[in-house]
Design a protein around this ligand. Structure first.
Ligand SMILES: Nc1ncnc2c1ncn2[C@@H]1O[C@H](COP(=O)(O)OP(=O)(O)OP(=O)(O)O)[C@@H](O)[C@H]1O
Length: 219
């Protein structure tokens, strides 16, 4: 599904922050991406989402070589990926419900087809009472859950989540993890970048550990 071969990344003239990354992400797999602060987790998530180009090496996403792909093809590939950014990226002028429904609207679906699914997912992440408010009045944890719901609503082929439990308490973090596991059982490959040791200990999943620019994998 995803293949990296000897991938390197540097920002501008700075040092290479990711070096010789070679790995695969298989369909329907579940993995944590971890490592100390500044190790490059967010940068790797951005490479996987095709929002950053590597400075060297080969990246294939859904069997397409990114170095030769036309820019106007990227949105179609990205629609197969659900992503939760650390800064949430909700649209402030749309309600929580509308933010979560947006990927379905963009895909051309009618509201009558998705309304009950959006409401059910919002209730699952504990936002049933907050679905009509605008993001600026949500707390950090509520915004995070809205961003997660928006990433999951299309049942993407791959889910990338950058510190998805960074703003919630431990019981809610466990509930969100269960949601990711359920999604994985339905066929989505899941990559969760996290520092959260308690979260890592709850699932016996593959671990991708970044340190000093290098990646070690523990299957
Ligand atoms: N846009 C950028 N321009 C220049 N340097 C950057 C940029 N983004 C990240 N970096 C640098 O790249 C390195 C890796 O950053 P990154 O955010 O990917 O790490 P991280 O593991 O996600 O960190 P954290 O756990 O603190 O979020 C850091 O040294 C950071 O300063």
């Amino acid at each position: 599904m995803i293949r990296f071969e000897n991938v390197g990344l540097r920002y501008g003239m700075g040092p290479e922050i990711l070096r010789d990354l070679s790995f695969h992400i298989e369909p329907q797999s579940f993995q944590f991406l971890t490592g100390p602060s500044g190790a490059g987790k967010t940068s790797l998530i951005r490479l996987l989402f095709m929002s950053l180009q590597p400075t060297r090496g080969l990246i294939k996403v859904f069997n397409r070589d990114l170095s030769v792909i036309a820019k106007n093809e990227l949105p179609r590939l990205r629609r197969k990926i659900g992503v939760v950014f650390q800064d949430f990226r909700l649209l402030d002028h749309l309600s929580t419900y509308e933010n979560v429904a947006l990927p379905l609207r963009v895909a051309g679906k009618e509201e009558s087809e998705y309304r009950s699914d959006v409401i059910e997912l919002l209730r699952w992440v504990g936002l049933g009472e907050r679905m009509h408010v605008l993001p600026p009045v949500l707390s950090g944890g509520e915004k995070q859950r809205a961003a997660i719901a928006r990433a999951l609503i299309t049942r993407p082929e791959m889910l990338l989540a950058d510190e998805p439990t960074g703003n919630v308490d431990p019981p809610l973090a466990r509930r969100l993890l269960r949601l990711f596991i359920e999604l994985n059982k339905l066929g989505t490959s899941v990559v969760i970048a996290t520092h959260d040791i308690a979260l890592l200990e709850q699932v016996d999943a593959r671990r991708m550990v970044l340190a000093d620019g290098r990646l070690s994998i523990f299957d």
